[in-house]
Ligand binder design. Sequence first.
Ligand code: BGC
Length: 349
Amino acid sequence: MNLRERSIDVVLDNQTSNGAFIASPNFPTYRYSWFRDGAFIAYSMDVVGEHDSSGRFHEWVATRICAMESTVESVIEAVRTGRPLGPDEFLHTRYAPSGEPADEDWPNHQLDGFGTWLWAFEQHLAMSERAPTPSQSQAMKLIVEYLEALWDQPCYDCWEEHGDKVHTYTLSAVQAGLRAFGRLTNSTSSVVDAIAEHIEGSLIEDGRYVKFAGAGMVDASLVGLAVPYASVEPSSPVVRRTIEEIEAELRATGGVHRFRTDTYYGGGEWVLLTCWLAWYYYSVGQTKLGDECMAWVEAQATDTGDLPEQVVANPLDPEFVQPWRDRWGPEANPLVWSHAMYLIADSMR
Ligand code: BGC
């Protein structure tokens, strides 16, 4: 089984006719498309040269965002006038295979996916040597205005939790998106510097980045600050300390956990995070450490070459494995984002 080839197939098989990527085909809760997962998946397609696939995803995003222009405008107006926004007034996070926003109770207000989309879109344009279509340009503009209006307000994090906090990872993703837009349009946003000040001023504790102010703990998604968002220098002392802490707190048996208090399916080891750490190590030239992460990931593939969301052989909190299986079924497998991160890290070897 060639895991690279299989991963490309898994991604392509899970792209709908309108361009969206389904997060996981046989885990009902994930039979939807997320901008966060989708942006990384699209980037993985650019990395392996499947630009038509990534291009179709970006066109789907642009069409969706343009269709939600009135939502964007009403949110911006509310922020401008100080009108409090209800949970149903924000752009959605999950989209049905039809392309429409999923219509159910979900922690919908999550900003990181939009920032990551802008970042991945700039990468797509560069790698495929394409120029944005009019609808893509319009979608970028709308999302930039949306992010500039909301960046300093609480929203759910990339794990769809803690909706009352401002998250370090989310800020970094938003900043990366705004910087990508700035490069594409020769413009600058004052929010880019404001985010940098906020991260350096309030989100470092004990010499390392934290999940959110006062959290006192790391979250494995903090790797994203260095790679790919480049909010901070990957080899800076604070990043190094953060990586050491992730290794010490969240990586005992090979795979990377999300955060110490995770109870989702018991808090297993996440394939995509282990690939992400490999991506970081390869970026800073620590090849051996990257290879170790990738060896663990490869050992988790099923006989058919599928990669799950998480492996629960060594959960942080074993009592929570079965309750989640009873509620939502076995762990998601394959998770398309896991395959995407494998492809990205693999391309760095
Ligand atoms: C994760 C999200 C992800 C979603 C779909 C959730 O459990 O927390 O980060 O976007 O699954 O893969």
